[in-house]
Design a protein. Structure first.
Ligand code: 13P
Ligand code: SF4
Length: 328
């Protein structure tokens, strides 16, 4: 989408967004990887699971989703009666791109005795082909409810899948997708940084490759990393995930120091998610004003995708019994 920024000159965007939010009964949901100026005016900031829950529970007429497409689609799947807008429709995700539905369907067909445990970072079509969705914060709880003898396909993030497989000693067939942002951290540069700050623990997202995760003192979702930062006694923390989350850390803990883990040359911007960065205040304003770009999902597809998401929401809160799963 091209926003005519010239015509927005002179507008107080924050005040205008605030006016439109009230006028349209809209709620602004933002992921931790959004630009600080978007985080600052959001009604809720959270990780993928928290934002899904907020979308499902919201009584707003409009959800302005400041995140990426699969997150906004999840909101629409769970709250179909609401108008869901995404400031930039091109805000995709490399994990989603790595997993075309027709290839995923063929992979499933080749392994009929496996269930598909699928990371939420995928298309609605892939959710519809899956048995249970997980987020980084719910994956461990959900995996532990699946009987050990049940064979599992895990996609599309091979690093999250590999991490779970090692931690719980469970073999899983891994789809070969990666997050381009977390893949770009450098072990060598991380070790140099650690040598400069020997007392600083490392907190890493499980989308990081094993060479990074193996050095981490804590591994968890964006919310998990934020909570760890609050709980640790250390006054300096090395953060191996998308660096915009550091904004919330600085707001909550102004006395602590947070250092983003480095990329390949120690000084690149390669750990900023280029998709998340597409959303701007200007685009959010236009989206709220015009109620577009809108997320629309064909009803049959939505209902098929909702099954695997509902299972996640149930299992993440422990309400589904242990033997309740089966291959599709
Ligand atoms: P979280 O669920 O931990 O917020 O992760 C979402 C994501 O896209 C990480 O790259
Ligand atoms: Fe996708 Fe990675 Fe961006 Fe998260 S950080 S939205 S996984 S590309």
């Amino acid at each position: 989408m091209t926003v005519q920024t010239a015509s927005l000159a002179g507008l107080d965007l924050r005040a205008e967004i605030d006016r439109l939010r009230k006028e349209k009964n809209a709620v602004i949901l933002a992921h931790y990887y959004q630009r600080p100026e978007i985080q600052d005016l959001a009604d809720y900031i959270g990780d993928s699971l928290e934002l899904s829950r907020k979308a499902a529970a919201s009584d707003a007429d409009v959800i302005a989703f400041c995140g990426v497409k699969f997150m906004a689609e999840t909101a629409k799947i769970l709250a179909p009666e609401k108008t869901v807008i995404l400031p930039d429709v091109n805000a995709g995700c490399s994990l989603e791109d790595s997993c075309p539905p027709e290839k995923f369907a063929a992979f499933r067909k080749a392994h009929p005795d496996h269930i598909a445990l699928t990371y939420i970072n995928c298309s609605t079509e892939v959710k519809a082909l899956s048995d249970i969705i997980v987020t980084s914060s719910s994956a461990e709880t959900i995996l532990q409810q699946i009987p050990r003898e049940q064979k599992i396909i895990f996609g599309p993030d091979r690093h999250l899948g590999g991490y779970l497989s090692r931690k719980f000693d469970r073999e899983m067939l891994l789809w070969p997708g990666v997050c381009i942002v977390h893949e770009a951290f450098s072990e060598t540069e991380l070790l140099k940084l650690k040598a400069q700050h020997p007392g600083a623990p490392i907190a890493a997202h499980p989308e990081c490759p094993p060479a990074i995760v193996d050095h981490a003192d804590y591994v968890g979702s964006t919310s998990g990393i934020l909570n760890y930062a609050k709980a640790t006694d250390a006054d300096t923390l090395i953060v191996a995930t998308e660096p915009h989350i550091i904004h919330q850390m600085q707001l909550a803990m102004p006395g602590k120091t947070f250092i983003g883990a480095p990329g390949a040359d120690g000084n690149c911007n390669c750990n900023v998610c280029p998709y998340m960065a597409l959303n701007t205040l200007e685009k959010l304003y236009v989206a709220l004003r015009d109620l577009t770009p809108r997320v629309e999902i064909e009803e049959g597809l939505r209902l098929r995708a909702k099954r695997s998401l509902d299972r996640m929401l149930e299992m993440a809160s422990g309400t589904v019994g242990k033997g309740d799963l089966g291959a599709r």
